[in-house]
Design a protein around this ligand. Structure first.
Ligand code: NI
Length: 140
């Protein structure tokens, strides 16, 4: 039984970034109606908290599910370096034609990390856009 058990490890990271929520297919009025202040043309910022959860088997030799230093380095490469202190709409290619909502940011982070982590691990992203607005990707 024991060797079938899986364990989750979670790395917490942080980045600051600016964005504007906007759908170019809509009129300014429609954008204002749907996105309100988040549609401010001069952008606004958030302090994003990111939880990256890996679920897998504990390696009997190391006692680790995953080397957390390696996980931290992968998150730094794929998320912190490209996103931190950036304007997501302007500076990050993935959001040139994708609205940088917390939902879409979490999905992009998942895709970027999924490519770097062995498929034997389950990967879940939790992104806090504010202390009260939180997105999980993928959902259960
Ligand atoms: Ni916002």
């Amino acid at each position: 039984m024991f060797d079938l058990m899986r364990t989750a490890v979670i790395r917490k990271e942080h980045f600051n970034a600016a964005h504007r929520l906007y759908n170019p297919a809509w009129s300014d009025q429609e954008n204002d109606r749907v996105f309100g202040k988040c549609n401010n043309p001069n952008y606004h910022g958030h302090n994003y908290e990111l939880l990256v959860k890996l679920t897998g088997k504990t390696d009997p030799e190391t006692g680790y599910v995953f080397d957390m230093k390696r996980l931290s380095d992968i998150i730094k490469d794929e998320v912190i370096e490209p996103f931190d202190h950036r304007n997501l709409n302007e500076d990050v290619p993935e959001f040139q034609s994708l609205n940088p909502t917390a939902e879409n940011i979490a999905m992009i982070i998942w895709r970027k990390l999924r490519d770097r982590i062995d498929p034997d691990y389950d990967l879940k992203i939790t992104l806090y856009e504010t202390e009260r607005n939180i997105v999980e990707y993928p959902a259960e």
